[in-house]
Structure formats: C-alpha cells, structure tokens
Design a binder for this molecule. Structure first.
Ligand code: P71
Length: 458
C-alpha cells in the first residue's frame, strides 16, 4: 500500500463540502451543458478543476492580509514583496500583475506581433492564446518522452534543444523575440524540467542572443524534483536551486496562484531595462500602477509570505507526496494515468481509459462527465476539447497527442481520506468503463472554447 506523507500543519478553520445525490448531479450536469466549468461550486464535493488560486492560506498569510497598507503607490507590502522576489529569483526589475495571464498580456503585448514565433517546451492554453491573439505563432518543442504517458523519464517536461536550434535556423533569430520554458510543464502532466536542460536551453539561446523567459507558475515543485532526482542537488536547499535556475533566465512570468500559495496574483520580471520601461507603461495602461499591478496591497503581502512558505522542504515533500499517493492508489486498481505523476496533479489517460471512444468524440470530456456523475468530482479535460484545432492551411482538424483528464490538487486543502474515496470512485468507473459514451460539441467559441463549450452525448 502506498505511503502517505503526513500534512506538516494542523487545521484551524474548516469549510463544509457539499454532498449531493446522483439524481441531483445528473440534473446539475445537464443544466451545465455537460461542461464542468458551468457547474456551481455548491454542486461539487471534490473540486480538482485547478490548483490555481484554490490553495489554503496559512495563519501567517491571513495575518499579513490584516497588515495590508492600501496606499495606491509605494505600499510597504510592495517593498516586502520586492525583497522576497529579489531574494528568491534574483530579479531587480519586476511588476506584480493580477494573475499569470496579466503578465502574459503585458509581455506579449510588447514583444509579440505578426510574423513572430515564440517557442516553449509546451505553452499552456492562456500563454498560447495571448501569443496567437497578437498574430504570432506559439510552438511546442518538448522531448518525445514527454508525449508518451507510460515513459518514466524523470524530467519529461524537458525542452527538445536540438529542435529549438533547428527552429532558430529555419525562422531566423529576428523572428523570435524570446523563447520560453514552462516549469513544471503543465500541459503534458505537470512534468518537471531538469537543471541540465534549462542550462542547455540557455546556452543555445545565448549563442543566438535570444532572451530566455521562464513561465514560473510551479517553479518550487520543479525545484523539489530537481533536488530529489538530479545528480548533485540532494544537499542543496530549494531556495539555492531556485536561485541557480533563475540565474539562467532573462525574465519570467508567473501565475502566483500556484506556487505563490495565494488566491490571486502574478509576477512579471525582466533583466532588460529598455523592455522594463515598455512593460511598466503597458502595465499602467491595462493592469494598474507598478507598485500593485491590479492587486490589493494586502494580496501583495499574502504573496510575499506565500512565496517563502512554498519553498519549505517539509511542505514540498507532503505536496508532491500527496499527488504520488493518489497516483499509486489508482495504479493499484489498474487505472491508466500519466507516469510518473507530476507535481500538482494526477492525469488520467483518457485514450487508454476509454479506448472505444475516438478523439473526435472527446474521450477526456466523456470521462470528466463520468467523474462528476459518479462521485461529485470536478476534473478538467486537457485534451481535444482544449487543444484540437483546424489546420489553417488544410482545414483538417488536428488532435493533440494526449487526451488527458487532470485531477489538479489544491494546495493544503484535501486530506488522505479524501484521496482514498476519490481513488475508489475512479476505480469503480474504470471497472464499468464500457458503458461510457463519447460526446459532441453543440456550442463553441473560436478561442479557449473549453471554458464555454456545451456538449451532448453521441
Ligand atoms: C491551471 C491554470 C489555470 C486554468 C486554466 C484553464 C482552466 C482552469 C484553470 C494557468 C497557467 C499555467 C501556466 C503553466 C500560465 C497560466 C495562466 N493554469 N502558465 O493549470 O498553468 O495563469 O490562470 O493565473 O492567468 O489550472 P493564470
């Protein structure tokens, strides 16, 4: 039986979770057009839609909220956040933003444009959408192991450095305003990137004078995997590893709703003074003044404290251990998942779970609906609904390599008994998987359709 690393905290406040009957759930999901984004939270028992902005804050963070200095400019909480950002990431020039896509919108609003290409190990959906909305091309250049759900490579999120060099030669340095690296690599299963791969990517980009930016959402979890899995890092602290990692970066975006342990917030940083001026101007136009970036100052304080807490080794052992525990319980029952599990979520492999449902009938969405109906569990489809797209040249629909259902685990929210129950529900669904049918889309938007689409059973 899988081991569980116990919570390095005790509980001071509790929140009741809604319980529903199967008949109620059937009614709720029909009313939601079979899209879990349309479900009210009162209909959900276990909410694994996202780990973003859903964490529990500590007493220390809540106390910091009371110390919010709501001055428009130059709040003391901004200066505290600045100290922390310099200490962990080693960046002098940064601005807060309201969340990750706020940082992306500001950055790509300045550097992207028609004819430009921005490579990444794998872009997450908002990053891709913000790049494409500017008329640029977003390219994914992950190593091939990353797309094989059963390959147990320790750093499946890695960039394919040879493919990156080939791209640079093909499209030309002048058409690549920057290259990115997403740590951990969310879209392929929350898989980490090794320090060696980050170093190699930086060395290549430096040779061509292309700036290297990190999408830092889950950087602390990534640093923990480096400490545990990469030779030479066992004796280093998470902060030391983070400092080395960010020393290779020319800038970063961060949705602080993940490893910032806050419910809202983001960061954008650069080492380029000329660019920083442009970023600040755009931030003022769209997000807010440079010392708050669209956040209340109390939120800056919670973030400054959350960033420090997320570096705790006991916390990270518990955090990644919790994911590993759920994964282990599912594997014991034969449930196909992406292996090894990543840092923030367990990903069910819908193609292997429902081999009788073709990708054109959205197996990930069908499974997401089953999880809700069976156990009141809200998961997130990360597959054909989110990523299938029409080829601009041929009009042919291109399906992503993986059709996954993500159980993203909010930080410091659920306990072992919750996971035991969830694993049991999923094992039951797996045993009766033959009865699950595919779905078709009856309403969709051209961009980020997964948020608003409506479905019907086929
Ligand atoms: C996640 C999210 C947020 C989300 C997305 C889609 C459905 C539900 C929730 C956001 C990310 C991310 C990476 C690697 C940038 C953002 C945008 N992830 N990069 O995984 O994972 O950040 O949400 O703060 O704007 O659930 P933002």
């Amino acid at each position: 039986m899988a081991q569980y690393t116990f919570e390095p905290f005790k509980i001071k406040t509790v929140e009741a979770i809604p319980l529903t009957t199967r008949a109620e759930r059937a009614q709720f999901i029909r009313g939601a057009g079979y899209n879990v984004f349309h479900l009210p939270s009162r209909a959900i028992t276990f909410d694994f839609l996202t780990d973003s902005g859903t964490s529990a804050m500590s007493d220390r963070q809540w106390a910091g909220m009371m110390e919010g200095d709501e001055s428009y400019a130059g709040s003391r909480n901004y200066y505290h956040l600045r100290e922390v950002v310099q200490d962990i990431f080693g960046f002098e020039m940064f601005v807060p933003t309201h969340q990750g896509r706020g940082a992306e919108q500001v950055l790509f609003g300045v550097v992207a444009g028609p004819g430009k290409t921005i490579p990444n190990n794998t872009h997450f959906d908002t990053t891709r959408a913000n790049i494409e909305a500017r008329g640029s091309t977003a390219l994914d250049l992950i190593i091939s192991e990353g797309l094989d759900p059963t390959n147990r490579h320790p750093f499946k999120g890695n960039m394919n450095v040879a493919a990156l060099e080939e791209l640079i030669r093909r499209v030309g340095v002048e058409n690549i305003p920057l290259a990115m690296m997403t740590i951990t690599n969310n879209a392929v299963g929350g898989q980490p990137v090794s320090m060696a791969n980050i170093r190699a990517t930086k060395e290549l980009l430096a040779r061509y004078h292309i700036p290297f930016y990190i999408d830092a959402c889950r950087y602390a979890e990534n640093c923990y995997f480096i400490q545990q899995r990469e030779a030479g890092y066992r004796a280093k602290s998470i902060k030391e590893i983070a400092r080395e990692l960010f020393s290779y970066a020319d800038g970063f975006t961060m949705s602080a709703k993940k490893d910032g342990l806050v419910n809202i917030g983001g960061l954008l940083a650069t080492r380029d003074p000329g660019l920083f001026e442009q970023l600040q101007n755009r931030l003022i136009l769209t997000e807010g003044f440079v010392s708050y970036g669209g956040l209340a100052r109390r939120d800056l304080e919670a973030l400054a404290r959350g960033l420090e807490e997320a570096l705790g080794e006991k916390y990270l052992a518990y955090r990644t251990g919790q994911i590993a525990y759920l994964a282990e319980r599912l594997l014991e029952n034969g449930v196909p998942i992406v292996e090894p599990p990543g840092g923030h979520a367990v990903f069910l492999d819908a193609k292997r779970f429902l081999p009788h449902v073709p990708q054109s009938e959205f197996p990930g969405q069908a499974l997401t609906i089953a999880l809700y109906l069976e156990g009141g569990i809200r998961a997130c489809e990360i597959g054909s609904v989110m990523f299938a797209h029409k080829d601009a040249a041929t009009g042919e629909v291109k399906y992503p390599a993986l059709d996954l259902v993500r159980l993203a685990i909010p930080r410091r929210v659920y306990t072992q008994s919750h996971f035991d129950y969830v694993a049991q529900v999923i094992a039951n669904i797996y045993r009766a998987r033959d009865q699950i049918r595919g779905v078709k889309i009856v309403y969709e938007q051209p961009r980020l359709r997964h948020f608003t689409a409506r479905f019907e059973e086929v």
